[in-house]
Design a protein around this ligand. Structure first.
Ligand code: SF4
Ligand code: SF4
Length: 56
């Protein structure tokens, strides 16, 4: 299962820079993960200051 970003996201952009497959992009008020590209590495969850990304 791919990771998803919750509404807790403060749109800091840190996760996008850490994703090895560039699956994260800026959405409407928060960042979003492309489920088809995500390889479940967990880097976004480890680096997020508010713990917004989680496995769906
Ligand atoms: Fe990118 Fe890994 Fe997060 Fe998936 S789990 S969005 S591959 S950093
Ligand atoms: Fe949102 Fe966390 Fe990514 Fe920052 S690191 S854009 S708060 S999900």
């Amino acid at each position: 299962m791919a990771y998803q970003i919750s509404d807790d996201c403060i749109a800091c952009g840190v996760c996008a820079g850490n994703c090895p497959v560039s699956a994260i992009s800026e959405g409407d008020g928060k960042y979003v993960i492309d489920a088809d590209s995500c390889i479940d590495c967990g880097a976004c969850a480890e680096n997020c200051p508010v713990g917004a990304p989680a496995q769906a």
